[in-house]
Design a protein around this ligand. Structure first.
Ligand SMILES: N[C@@H](CCC(=O)N[C@@H](CS)C(=O)NCC(=O)O)C(=O)O
Length: 191
């Protein structure tokens, strides 16, 4: 078998394997890598040996380049690799021929004005400038972040109050269970 062209090691600050660690940022990163189908190995590491003084951090490729911060790692390994150039959706132009009835003309003018306003608003809020791939990536980032914090809260024995608050939202726990089942079947689940 040929060696992995870009071996990736995620340092989690714990030697435990087959289980979530307490850090929400570590689980956020692991979730995002798994959503994108990027395989990785886990390593222990510690904040003291991390490039930014915090876990998670990763080591990439044969050169063993180190990179810290979950958001920057995700941007480097997932978002940039999968994103395409954004496309600008066209602003609707009036259909021709125009109806002759003056009331219909006025109504059409109002509708068109509103449609253009909606497109302008979308562009202003940037959604209208995003490709479907970019929207999917943003949703996956959000899922990974929420999952990281929910799973982190549920496994962290040092924060029982936080776990209790999370458990008081059964929908949130079910959401995390679904992600666990689909993407982390090899990991022990929280109690
Ligand atoms: N912005 C960082 C935050 C990472 C972070 O705060 N990690 C904590 C563990 S949850 C840590 O390493 N703390 C150790 C320290 O600050 O000394 C990221 O997204 O990776």
């Amino acid at each position: 078998m040929s060696p992995d062209p870009a071996p990736l090691v995620v340092y989690r600050g714990s030697g435990k394997t087959g289980a979530f660690v307490w850090s929400p940022f570590v689980t956020k990163l692991e979730a995002r890598l798994r959503f994108a189908g990027i395989s990785y190995k886990v390593g222990t590491g510690s904040p003291a040996s991390a490039p930014r003084g915090k876990i998670p951090y990763v080591e990439i490729g044969p050169a063993e380049e180190q990179l810290g911060d979950s958001a920057l790692i995700i941007q480097r390994l997932v978002t940039r690799r999968h994103s395409r150039r954004p496309q600008r959706p066209p602003i609707p132009r009036p259909a021709r021929p125009r109806p002759r009835d003056p009331r219909a003309v006025r109504r059409q003018g109002i509708l068109l004005h509103r449609a253009r306003e909606v497109v302008r608003q979308l562009r202003r809020h940037a959604r209208g400038r995003l490709t479907d791939d970019e929207v999917a990536a943003a949703k996956a980032d959000a899922d990974a972040t929420v999952f990281g914090f929910v799973a982190g809260s549920l496994v962290c024995e040092a924060a029982p109050t936080t776990a209790k608050i999370v458990r008081s939202y059964p929908v949130v726990v079910k959401y995390a269970e679904r992600i666990h089942q689909k993407f982390f079947p090899d990991y022990e689940k929280w109690d």
